[in-house]
Design a binder for this molecule. Structure first.
Ligand SMILES: NC(=O)c1ccc[n+]([C@@H]2O[C@H](COP(=O)([O-])OP(=O)(O)OC[C@H]3O[C@@H](n4cnc5c(N)ncnc54)[C@H](OP(=O)(O)O)[C@@H]3O)[C@@H](O)[C@H]2O)c1
Length: 297
C-alpha cells in the first residue's frame, strides 16, 4: 500500500510519516514544498524521513499541477496541512487530484474535536474542516476522519491554565468531559486508520485521556505537586457572549479562536462520543497524568 502524506514537514505530519514507516509494510511518500529546503529544522526532518525510508516528493497544494503526478499509484492520501489560508483551497485541490488518480481513501487534516457536531460560526478554524469534509463527501472518495480532541502536548497553554498566576480557570460547571491525545499517539492512530477496512466513510475517534476540567486541575496538582487557585469564569452562555464581543472588535483571529476551541470542549458540543482506542489495543496512549509527570509541558 502506498500512502502520500501532505504537510510532511509539519509538527504532526512528520510524526505521521514516522508512524507510517514504523508499520513496516507501507510505501510512504512524504510531500514537501522544497526537497532542497535549507531551513535547518525542515532540513533535519526531511533528511530523517528519507533516512527512515520515505520517498520525498515535491508538491504544493496551491499548485494543482504538482499534485496529479504525486497521487498516481497512491492508495491513501493523508493530509496534515496546517491551519491557514491554504487549508480549504489546498485540500480541495488535493481531493480533486486524489479523485482523478483513483486514490482509495482520503484522510483530511482534522485531528481535532468532533467539528461535525459544531455549527458554522462556533469556531472559525473548525469551520474550514467542515467545509473540506463537505467537499470530500461530495467528491465520492472514501474518507476516514481522525478525531483526537485537543493535543495533550499543549494542554497547559490552553486558556484553562494561567500558570503565571498559578490559577486554573474554567467556564460552566467544570464537569464536562474533555478529550486529550498526544501528537505522537495521534500519529500512531493515523497509521492504523490508513489501512483499517472498518473505517471507510467514518471517523476514528480516539483519546489518550478524558477528564473534566475539575479532574484536570486535580491531575495537574498531583502530577506536578503545585497547587492552583480555582477560578470560575462564568457560564457557557457568558463565554459565548465574550467570544461574540471579542470577535466583533478583534483585528486577528488569534484574539478569540483559542476560546472558540475551549467553547467546543467545555460546552460538550465537540466531545468525542465513540472513542475507538480499543480497536488497536497495542497502542497504549499517554494519559494526562503521565504527560504532566514528564515535566516538560
Ligand atoms: N487538536 C489540536 O489541539 C491541534 C493543535 C494543533 C494543530 N492541530 C491540527 O493538526 C493539523 C496539523 O497541524 P500542524 O501544527 O502539524 O501544522 P504545521 O506544523 O503548521 O505544518 C503544516 C504543514 O503544511 C505544509 N504546507 C503549508 N502550506 C502548504 C502548501 N501550500 N503546499 C504543501 N504543503 C503546505 C507545511 O509545509 P512547510 O513546512 O513547507 O511550510 C507543513 O508541512 C492541522 O489540521 C491543525 O489544525 C490540532
Amino acid at each position: 500500500m502506498t500512502v502520500l502524506v501532505a504537510g510532511a514537514t509539519g509538527m504532526l505530519g512528520s510524526k505521521i510519516v514516522s508512524a507510517l514507516l514504523d508499520k513496516g509494510n507501507l510505501d510512504v511518500r512524504a510531500m514537501v514544498r522544497s526537497i532542497n529546503d535549507t531551513n535547518p529544522e525542515k532540513r533535519k526532518k526531511i533528511d530523517a524521513m528519507k533516512a527512515k525510508g520515505a520517498t520525498i516528493v515535491e508538491g504544493d497544494v496551491m499548485k494543482p499541477e504538482t499534485l496529479l503526478p504525486l497521487c498516481a499509484g497512491v492508495d491513501v492520501v493523508v493530509s496534515a496541512i496546517g491551519n491557514n489560508e491554504v487549508t480549504v483551497p489546498g485540500q480541495k485541490n488535493l481531493i480533486d487530484a486524489a479523485k482523478q488518480q483513483g486514490v482509495k481513501r482520503f484522510i483530511p487534516s482534522d485531528y481535532s474535536a468532533d467539528y461535525r457536531k459544531l455549527d458554522y460560526g462556533d469556531n472559525d478554524n473548525l469551520d474550514k474542516r467542515k467545509e473540506v469534509f463537505e467537499y470530500l463527501q461530495h467528491s465520492g472518495l472514501e474518507y476516514t476522519l481522525v478525531l483526537n480532541g485537543a493535543f495533550m502536548d499543549i494542554i497547559t497553554y490552553m486558556p484553562l491554565f494561567d500558570l503565571e498566576h498559578q490559577t486554573f480557570q474554567y467556564w460552566g460547571d467544570g464537569e464536562t468531559p474533555l478529550n486529550f491525545t498526544t501528537t505522537d499517539d495521534t500519529a500512531k492512530y493515523v497509521a492504523e486508520a490508513v489501512s483499517d477496512p472498518g473505517l471507510a466513510n467514518t471517523a476514528l475517534e480516539v483519546a489518550g485521556d478524558t477528564l473534566t476540567a475539575k479532574q484536570l486541575k486535580a491531575t495537574y496538582e498531583e502530577a506536578t505537586g503545585s497547587k492552583l487557585t480555582e477560578k470560575s469564569l462564568g457560564s457557557i452562555a457568558e463565554m459565548q457572549a465574550w467570544i461574540t464581543a471579542k470577535k466583533a472588535s478583534a483585528s486577528s483571529l488569534n484574539e478569540y479562536v483559542f476560546h472558540q476551541y475551549m467553547y467546543a470542549m467545555v460546552s460538550g458540543k465537540g466531545k468525542l462520543d465513540r472513542i475507538g482506542n480499543a480497536r488497536y489495543p497495542h497502542i497504549k496512549p499517554m494519559t494526562v497524568k503521565q504527560f504532566l509527570s514528564k515535566g516538560d509541558s
